[in-house]
Design a protein around this ligand. Structure first.
Ligand code: ATP
Ligand code: MG
Length: 568
């Protein structure tokens, strides 16, 4: 492709609304554009990357024997009523009506659809197992669309569904999908970990997530270097003996703490470690107001908390300042478990129960209470574990210390059991002619999210460094000065040769300054580069890869060989 013809609207400055590096670079490189929050358009280079990721996913799924289908994004309400998820999905679902008032959603996922489809099409055990997949846009009205392609409201997903005769078959299919995912993420060159996941509103018990490790990722994972334990923060149990305290329980005492609100300020004011304080956090759901107590140096895990309350995580909200004041007579920073209205449900993480003589807010501005103890001083519900696990906690598998890392979830596999086949009454006839519910699994890959995750893992301060397998073009020939005939001729010759050999190649034949060409070459991240400059008359060019940027002066023929070799 000639860059003089290529539609590649690059931008010099970082877009103001881009919150992560991948989004900045993809927008600046003219690969994607935001239409509205969470909705993106792909321009030629971005679209080529998307198609390449899609191709790798497809090739590996096909190689594993899964069959590609394509279902509609438009799904009628009735399907979702049968599984109870029309309500469960809540505000995340895009809902709409047709002209006759019939209700639909834009599919956020397709378990119901596929189950219903198979129910009507497949009836004998002889046709099992079956694994089918599609690569298709999904729609989710995410609470916080962010990070560009990482959390969109429309995004491309590969979703696969397996239908098996029994649990054993389902587990076998699960392993097949797992293996195929390993091949996909290996091919993409990801640094990733497979971790135990939370099944959320999917149902079923066993699930795993494939997490691309990046420093700014949304997903937190806990893992052990000593054994193979790895889990998302949503399920990683926090095990610690840091709070097991014994000793005499002292008399509770009110102390003046003028303007001392945060745990940091308390720590300095009292000169006591943060774990001697207890935070009382106030939340509300549709049904109730909850005060939850955790050690001062810990964080509440919202997913564990929502499971304890048996509500959807999205339905839990923090109280606002005026609500806190109405309820406690004080403000954030002075809230505590004493004297809360009876209407407030008081819950403590089990670690608070083992703490001794801790300090809490007094529900009075500028005061705290010293020497508080659960059960001696007040009663509350105890939840076993509401905390985020952190570095140094105890590994649930082997007892060593765990580590924490962050990343981006790029894939997810679930064992669903018979949840959907039962709900939709989808059955096949077994050997004895008896109707049995299918055992199912569902397995997603965030195709568009992968693009952003790859950029997060492959960039430098100059721009994107595409791995060869997904690069929009594999090679670029940059003609330093397009007004110079010798340079232009040699550039064209190299370009035509590579093109004829089937290489996806760009030639920068634009009448731009050399500086612009070089900086854009770095920005768009084409892996293999040939620069045709002042030694064109000697047929000498500069060869480099985007990754290591080390320039070598070699003949144009050698440079062509290098490109062909790199692509072998
Ligand atoms: P998350 O926890 O990040 O919200 P999820 O558990 O809701 O993800 P699944 O329903 O399992 O995700 O979807 C399968 C895959 O689709 C995920 O592993 C992820 O890669 C991708 N994905 C999910 N939500 C989005 C989104 N809003 N934008 C882009 N990709 C997404
Ligand atoms: Mg989600």
């Amino acid at each position: 492709m000639r860059m003089s013809k290529l539609y590649m609207p690059t931008i010099k400055e970082d877009p103001t609304n881009a919150d992560v590096i991948s989004n900045k670079l993809l927008v600046r490189a003219g690969m994607v554009r935001q239409l509205v929050s969470g909705v993106y358009s792909y321009m030629p280079l971005g679209n080529r990357v998307l198609k390449n990721v899609e191709r790798i996913v497809r090739e590996e799924q096909d190689a594993a024997g899964f069959q590609e289908v394509l279902m509609s994004a438009l799904q009628p309400r009735e399907l979702w009523e049968q599984s109870g998820r029309w309500a469960d999905f809540g505000p995340e679902m895009f809902k709409l009506e047709d002209r006759k008032g019939r209700e639909f959603c834009l599919g956020p996922t397709h378990e119901e659809y596929f189950t219903n489809f198979i129910k009507n099409e497949l009836n004998s055990y002889k046709q099992l197992p079956l694994i089918i997949y599609q690569i298709q846009n999904k729609y989710r009205d995410e609470r916080r669309p962010r990070a560009g392609l990482i959390r969109g409201r429309e995004f491309l997903m590969k979703d696969a569904y397996n239908f098996d005769a029994d649990e054993e078959g389902m587990i076998k299919s699960y392993e097949l999908v797992w293996d195929s995912y390993v091949k996909i993420f290996d091919r993409l060159g990801f640094d990733y970990k497979v971790v135990q996941g939370d099944s959320g509103n999917m149902g079923g018990k066993v699930s795993h997530e494939f997490i691309a490790i990046t420093s700014g990722g949304e997903a937190q994972i806990a893992y052990c270097k000593n054994c193979d334990f790895a889990a998302t923060d949503e399920v990683a149990e926090c095990i610690t003996d840091e709070y097991n305290e014994t000793g005499d329980k002292l008399e509770i005492e009110k102390v003046s703490t003028p303007n001392v609100k945060t745990i940091q300020e308390l720590n300095e004011y009292f000169d006591l470690p943060k774990k001697k304080f207890v935070k009382t956090l106030l939340y509300k759901t549709e049904e109730e107001v909850i005060a939850v107590m955790i050690p001062g140096d810990r964080e509440l895990n919202l997913v564990k908390f929502s499971k304890f309350l048996n509500v959807h995580p999205d339905s839990i909200e923090m109280l606002e300042e005026h609500e806190i004041n109405k309820l406690t007579g004080s403000y954030l920073g002075f809230v505590g478990p004493f004297g809360l209205k009876e209407s407030v449900r008081l819950i403590a993480d089990s670690r608070v129960k083992s703490m001794n003589n801790f300090i809490v807010g007094a529900n009075e501005i500028d005061y705290h209470l010293k020497n508080a103890n659960i059960s001696d001083d007040f009663e509350c519900e105890i939840a076993n574990d509401l905390l985020n696990a952190r570095v140094g906690d105890i590994c649930p598998s082997c007892g060593e210390k765990i580590d924490i890392n962050t990343g981006i979830e790029v894939g997810n596999i679930f064992q669903l059991g018979t949840k959907y086949s039962t709900a939709l009454d989808a059955t096949y006839l077994d050997k004895n002619g008896k109707a049995q519910h299918f055992w199912m699994g569902s397995h997603g890959i965030g195709v568009s999210r992968i693009i952003a995750a790859l950029v997060e893992q492959n960039h430098d301060d100059r721009g994107i460094i595409w791995p060869l397998c997904v690069a929009p073009y594999k090679a670029i020939v940059t003609v330093v000065n397009s007004k110079n005939q010798e340079m232009t001729d040699l550039g064209n010759e190299i370009y035509e040769t590579l093109k004829n050999k089937g290489v996806e190649v760009l030639i920068d034949d634009r009448k731009e300054r050399a500086g612009v060409k070089f900086s854009e070459m770095d920005l768009i991240g084409i892996p293999l580069r040939i620069v045709v400059g002042r030694k064109a008359n000697e047929k000498i060019v500069e060869y480099s890869t985007r990754k290591d940027m080390e320039k070598e002066e070699i003949t144009s023929n050698e440079a062509i060989e290098r490109v062909l070799k790199a692509l072998e």
